[in-house]
Design a protein around this ligand. Structure first.
Ligand SMILES: [Ca+2]
Ligand SMILES: [Ca+2]
Length: 432
């Protein structure tokens, strides 16, 4: 049985001339050498033993064939060539596959390790690599902040107060506190910035008797949430200092000035109107009617009337001729004459002071406590400021401040009357 390549070579011999044959032989030899090269490079060594037979067939001679080579061996050669071809295909495919995985699939780390630029494959790998980094890109996480609410002010003093607010957990970085003397946030001043877990702040350096507006703003890198405006007013400023020089006229030296003699309808030239041994002024200070002896009281006279505050549960005597004016719900003013008035101011005892003295020392730490004097109301004790023009009573609920404002006048024309009012001050449990 002849194989196709043998038939091919035999036909060539028949058709070609000798010269041509020579050339073809050369060509055949070249082809053969190529075939041999291919076989040498690709076939395992155990298959190389079949080569001599191939050459003997081509040369038409059998002499070079080994003793063991015959027809069956030719069949084996063909089989081996086929197996070799299959192996070539399999190895080539394996190498191609390995190259694919090596270059394409593993390019990221490998290319970095090799540090070799210029490979287009690598560039492509580098550009296709962003999928892992893409997972690292922070997603736009916008969580709306919560507006602080319920701004409240406690511990209100003349120059300070405590601002507190409420909120709920969110992604805030902290709070910013804004302050303004008017209800205008755009022109408000940033007072302070506090951390996210803070919910109160002590406002200090404030002016007395001044209204302030506040805003609390929660903030983060990408969001803001501001509260509504809330306002409060610091405590009244201290009363003006007592006049350095005071003048008043008390001709009969009964502790009642000429102006007060008119209030109590007494004789300005008669010190003891009812001649009971007590000066007119002394009787007024002790709430007696100076005009009548035998224990006649002021409350029964026409000289004074009783002012009653059902809202704050206090009452006191005031001259009948004086007018009263409600400045605010917690501030009553009694006017004597031009620029002279008396006030009763009520404020909450937020810090639970147990005595007016303790409260005063806390409010005015620079004033020595020893300069305070005690005063006795009808059913409560209090203190009087060093200038004698302001008195204080305190209850668990309220602080009562009674002030004598002499105005522009340098005359304390109503000092005994003021003291009488303070001494008449009393509290009652229930309005009536
Ligand atoms: Ca007098
Ligand atoms: Ca008298």
């Amino acid at each position: 049985m002849k194989y196709p390549y043998e038939i091919f070579y035999m036909n060539l011999f028949k058709k070609k001339k000798k010269e041509q044959l020579t050339e073809h032989v050369v060509d055949q030899k070249a082809i053969k050498s190529q075939v041999l090269k291919l076989e040498i490079h690709t076939m395992p060594k155990k298959f190389l033993g079949v080569k001599p037979k191939a050459s003997s067939k081509i040369g038409g001679k059998d002499a070079t064939a080994g003793p063991g080579l015959g027809k069956p061996k030719e069949h084996s050669l063909k089989k081996n060539i086929i197996i070799g071809g299959i192996l070539i295909v399999v190895l080539g495919s394996g190498m191609a596959l390995a190259a694919y995985f090596f270059v394409i699939r593993d390019t990221g780390p490998v290319s970095e390790a090799n540090n070799q630029p210029s490979s287009s494959t690598k560039r492509e790998a580098t550009t296709t690599a962003p999928s892992p980094p893409a997972a690292q890109i922070p997603e736009p996480k916008v969580i709306k902040l919560i507006n602080p609410t319920r701004l409240t002010f406690t511990g209100i003093k003349r120059d300070s107060a405590v601002l507190s607010w409420r909120t709920s957990p969110d992604d805030r970085q902290g709070f910013k506190i804004y302050q303004n003397s008017e209800n205008n946030r755009s022109s408000a001043d940033l007072v302070n910035t506090v951390s996210a877990d803070i919910k109160s702040f002590t406002l200090s350096g404030l002016d007395c008797g001044t209204r302030y507006y506040y805003w609390v703003e929660a903030y983060s890198a990408s969001d803001l949430a501001v509260s509504q405006a809330e306002q409060f007013t610091t405590l009244e400023c201290p009363p003006p200092p007592a006049p350095l020089a005071t003048t008043f006229i008390d001709a009969d030296r009964d502790l009642l000035t000429e102006a007060e003699e008119k209030i109590f309808a007494t004789d300005p030239d008669k010190a003891d109107s009812d001649q009971d041994g007590f000066l007119d002024g002394q009787e007024v200070l002790n709430l007696f009617d100076p005009r009548f002896a035998q224990g006649a009281t002021l409350v029964d006279s026409n000289s004074i009337r009783t002012f009653i505050s059902n809202e704050f549960n206090y009452r006191l005597f005031i001259p009948t001729s004086w007018s009263e004016k409600i400045v605010e719900a917690d501030k009553i003013r009694f006017e004597a004459d031009n620029n002279v008035f008396f006030e009763v101011i009520v404020e909450k005892n937020l810090d639970n002071f147990s005595s007016a003295r303790d409260w005063y020392v806390d409010q005015f730490p620079s004033i020595p406590e020893s300069s305070l004097t005690n005063v006795q109301g009808q059913n409560i004790s209090g203190i009087v400021s060093p200038d004698g023009l302001t008195s204080y009573f305190i209850t668990p609920d309220y602080i009562y401040t009674l002030t004598y404002n002499p105005g522009l006048k340098q005359e304390l024309n109503y000092l005994t009357t003021y003291r009488m009012m303070v001494r008449s001050f009393s509290l009652f449990a229930d309005p009536f």
